[in-house]
Write a protein that binds this ligand. Structure first.
Ligand code: NDP
Length: 329
């Protein structure tokens, strides 16, 4: 049987290019479950895998797509039967192994999560790795004592995928959300998701001058990293936590340890890729409960496989708002 895929190739000069191709099922990687993919999505990492690879992709030709949702077509794993709706995020699928930018994917059953009740395959991909990671960040903050009564929670990179979903979940849970954005034109979108305050990116752009500033934020979901995260650490209230999710603004952390030592600030690392299965199932159940589907709908931009090369370049420039849902069929 054949399937359609967006295939990235590398030429002898090292340049990559993407094209839609028909492939045979025999080209699929090893795995015990074959999925008829219905939807995929676009994350920052997909932008890298569609373009330069940046050390994530091991061999070419490659089918990117770090997330997919669809129905089981064939399974030798007793936990999955043909027709079951499943979602996959992470496990380095779409990086070291072929991913979801195709009508068929083959993976290990251990990596699949049954779709939670009430969520369609399209909605699951509107969530995708970005939204799943936002939920993991909120769970980590809660596990460190976060409650709405403690005060405002900052979300950085708010108009992006992680930030949009974090804003919507936190506001649904009753938090006062302050949304940091470098795109003032997204203000009404962000208030629509439940942000009660917009913080211009420029307010947090300068590098740390004083290790401690006024105690402002009771929590933070940070998709940006770099100098902005360093600055935010000095603005956290006593005992508050920051969930470090991303590096859209840089991987270096030009900070001091003073906020940890004098204010007991916690820096919580969030990893979605190798996140254990039990926690994945819990996070997807929480998404089903705590992410308002009408707000999720307002984040969606529809796309097809053919749109992905251009969108991949766009997300690397920080130019994509909310969540891209890719109808791969
Ligand atoms: P998006 O591109 O959708 O969002 C990132 C947002 O960050 C942008 O929309 C922009 O928001 C802001 N931003 C971009 N560049 C800069 C900059 N130079 N300085 C400050 N802010 C900037 O990406 P995602 O939401 O999908 O991912 C966000 C980050 O999280 C990425 O670094 C990604 O690699 C990481 N990530 C990590 C995961 C994990 O497991 N830890 C899983 C998923 C993502 P605005 O326009 O509002 O300012």
């Amino acid at each position: 049987m054949g399937f359609r895929a967006l295939v990235v190739s590398k030429d002898e000069t090292g340049a990559t290019s993407a094209a839609i191709r028909m492939l045979e099922d025999t080209a699929l990687p090893d795995g015990d479950v074959t999925v008829a993919v219905e939807y995929s999505t676009l994350n920052y990492k997909d932008g890298l895998c569609l373009g330069p690879g940046s050390g994530l992709v091991r061999s070419y030709p490659h089918v990117p797509g770090i997330d997919f949702a669809g129905r089981v077509a064939q399974s030798s794993d007793p936990r999955f039967a043909p027709g079951d709706a499943v979602v996959l995020t992470g496990w380095r699928v779409g990086e070291v192994q072929w991913g979801g930018y195709a009508t068929r994917a083959r993976v290990r059953g251990d990596w699949l999560v049954p779709l939670p009740d009430g969520l369609s395959t399209r909605q699951a991909m509107a969530v995708g790795t970005a939204g799943f990671t936002a939920m993991l960040a909120v769970m980590a903050l809660e596990e460190h004592g976060q409650t709405p009564g403690k005060g405002p929670v900052l979300v950085t990179g708010a108009a992006g995928g992680v930030g949009s979903v974090a804003t919507a979940i936190l506001s649904r849970l009753g938090y006062e959300v302050a949304a940091v954005t470098g795109r003032p034109e997204t203000a009404s979108y962000l208030t629509g998701l439940g942000a009660s305050r917009i913080v211009p990116r420029s307010d947090l752009a300068e590098t740390v001058k004083r290790p401690l500033e006024a105690e402002t934020w009771a929590g933070c979901v940070d998709a940006v990293g770099g100098p902005m995260l360093a600055r935010v650490l000095g603005q956290m209230r006593y005992g508050a936590s920051v969930a470090a999710v991303g590096l859209a603004g840089g991987a270096a952390l030009p900070a001091t340890v003073i906020p940890f030592l004098l204010r007991g600030v916690n820096l919580l690392g969030i990893d979605s890729v190798m996140c254990p299965q039990e926690r994945r199932v819990t996070a997807w159940q929480r998404i089903g409960q705590d992410l308002p589907l009408d707000l999720l709908e307002s984040m969606i931009h529809e796309a097809t496989l053919a749109d992905l090369p251009a969108l991949g370049a766009e997300i690397l420039k920080g130019g994509v708002q909310g969540r891209v849902v890719v109808d791969v069929t």
